[in-house]
Design a protein around this ligand. Structure first.
Ligand code: SF4
Ligand code: SF4
Length: 392
C-alpha cells in the first residue's frame, strides 16, 4: 500500500477522507427511518454523488488515481451541502463531511475553476458587494425610516437575500425589533460570504468578513441578529475560522423571539387559524443544531396548528437551494423543493414556514412552477401578521 504524505493536503478536512469511511452507505438514508436523505445521490443515482463517493473522489484526486478533468466537476458541485449525510453517518468524521466537500470544492476551483454559473457569485460581489448583482444598499435609507442611530447594542445583519429578494422578511424583522424596543442599528453590509464558502471560491471571503466586522465594531454593538439561516451559520461558525474570534455574539431572530416569550416580555394575542408545517433550514438545523426552538414559537401562536412533514428535524429533506445548487443547477434545485412540497401536501398543510429567506425563495419558486397553492411564509412574516402585546 502506498504511504500518503498527509502534509500535501494543506487542509485538515481533506485528511479525514483517508481515515474513517467504511463505505457502509448509511449516509444514503435517514438513520432509523430508512428514507432517502441525499438529494444529490437520489437525483444522479451514481456512487460519486453520495457523500461516500465524494470521499472516494477526494482520496482518488489526492493519491493520483483520479485526474483533475471536467468530468469530476459535476459530482463535486452537485451537492446542496445540506448535511443530511452527516446526521446519518456514525463514523468519527461524520460532523465534518460537509467541510470535506467544501474543501474539495476549494481544490477544484484551484485546479479547474468554479462550476457553471457559480463564478457569478464572486463577480457580482466584486461589482456591488452582493451575489445578486443589485446596486449595493448601504442601508442608510432604512436607518432613516426606522429612526436608527449609528451606535447601538445590537446590529441587525440583514443579509443579501432578505435585502434584495425577500424584503418582506427584512421589513417584518425590522418592525418586530422596533416594536420590541430593541436598541439596534444597521451597517453598510458586504455579503456574509456564505455562497462563496459553500462553492469553494474563497478569494474575497476574508476581505468581506473583515469589512463587516469593522462596520460592526464601529457601531459598538456586542450582539448581532440575523433573519437568515445562511448568514447565521456563516457569522457564528465560519467567521472565526477565517478572521479569528470576534467580540460580538450572534443570534438568529428566532432565538430573540423565544427569549422574549420566555421572559414574558411579549405575548401573542390574536389567532392565526392555519395549518402550518415547519421546514428546517439546513443551515439552522443540521449545521447549527436548532430544531425545537422555532417549533416552540409556532406552538405559542394561538390557533396555529403545527403539523410535521414525514422527514423533519435532522432528517428534513433539503429545500435544494444551498451549496451553490440554486445558481449552478436551477432546474434540479426546484425539483428538490418539489419533493418537499409533496410532503407538505401529504399532511394537508396550508402554510409552509421556515426561518431562512433562501429556503423561502426556493420553496416559493417550486410552489409556482409545479402549481401548488401553499402560502410560503417566513416565521417573521407570520409574527408580523398577528397582534403582539409588548410588556415591560
Ligand atoms: S460517509 Fe459514513 S455513512 Fe457514508 S459510507 Fe462512509 S462511513 Fe458509511
Ligand atoms: S450534503 Fe446533502 S446533498 Fe451533499 S452528499 Fe450530503 S446528503 Fe447529499
Amino acid at each position: 500500500m502506498v504511504e500518503i504524505d498527509k502534509s500535501l493536503f494543506g487542509n485538515e478536512f481533506l485528511e479525514m477522507a483517508f481515515d474513517h469511511c467504511i463505505k457502509c452507505s448509511t449516509c444514503k438514508y435517514s438513520y432509523k427511518e430508512f428514507e432517502p436523505c441525499c438529494p444529490s445521490g437520489e437525483k444522479f443515482l451514481f456512487e460519486s454523488y453520495w457523500a461516500s463517493g465524494r470521499i472516494r473522489t477526494i482520496i482518488g484526486l489526492i493519491n493520483g488515481d483520479l485526474e483533475w478533468t471536467e468530468d469530476v466537476l459535476n459530482p463535486i458541485f452537485a451537492c446542496t451541502t445540506c448535511g443530511a449525510c452527516m446526521d446519518s453517518c456514525n463514523a468519527p468524521h461524520a460532523d465534518y463531511i460537509v467541510d470535506m466537500i467544501e474543501a474539495l470544492r476549494e481544490l477544484a476551483v484551484k485546479h479547474i475553476g468554479p462550476a457553471k454559473n457559480q463564478q457569478f457569485l464572486v463577480s457580482r460581489c466584486e461589482e456591488s458587494c452582493n451575489p445578486y448583482g443589485e446596486p449595493n444598499s448601504d442601508n442608510q435609507e432604512l436607518k432613516k425610516i426606522y429612526n436608527l442611530s449609528d451606535k447601538a447594542e445590537w446590529v441587525y445583519f440583514i443579509g443579501c437575500t432578505s435585502n434584495y429578494r425577500q424584503q418582506k422578511i427584512r421589513d417584518s424583522t425590522l418592525k418586530f425589533l422596533k416594536k420590541a424596543n430593541i436598541d439596534f442599528t444597521l451597517i453598510d453590509e458586504h455579503c456574509c460570504t456564505s455562497p462563496m464558502i459553500r462553492t469553494g471560491q474563497l478569494s474575497i471571503v476574508k476581505d468581506y468578513m473583515n469589512y463587516n466586522a469593522k462596520q460592526i465594531v464601529n457601531t459598538e454593538a456586542k450582539k448581532i441578529i440575523t433573519s437568515c439561516a445562511g448568514c447565521y451559520r456563516t457569522l457564528k461558525k465560519d467567521l472565526s475560522r477565517f478572521i479569528g474570534e470576534q467580540e460580538f455574539e450572534i443570534y438568529h431572530i428566532a432565538e430573540l423571539i423565544k427569549e422574549l416569550l420566555d421572559k414574558k416580555k411579549i405575548k401573542f394575542k390574536s389567532e392565526y387559524n392555519k395549518t402550518v408545517t415547519y421546514h428546517d433550514p439546513c443551515h439552522l438545523g443540521r449545521h447549527m443544531g436548532i430544531y425545537e426552538l422555532p417549533r416552540e414559537i409556532y406552538k405559542k401562536i394561538p390557533g396555529l396548528n403545527l403539523v410535521e412533514m414525514k422527514r423533519n428535524r435532522n432528517f428534513a429533506w433539503c429545500c435544494g437551494a444551498g451549496g451553490g445548487v440554486k445558481i449552478g443547477f436551477p432546474e434540479w434545485s426546484i425539483e428538490i423543493s418539489h419533493e418537499r412540497l409533496k410532503e407538505a401536501k401529504e399532511i394537508n398543510a396550508n402554510v409552509i414556514s421556515s426561518t431562512c429567506p433562501f429556503c423561502k425563495t426556493n420553496l416559493n419558486d417550486a410552489n409556482i412552477n409545479f402549481g401548488f397553492n401553499f402560502e410560503i411564509l417566513d416565521l417573521t412574516e407570520i409574527i408580523d401578521q398577528i397582534e403582539i402585546e409588548f410588556l415591560e
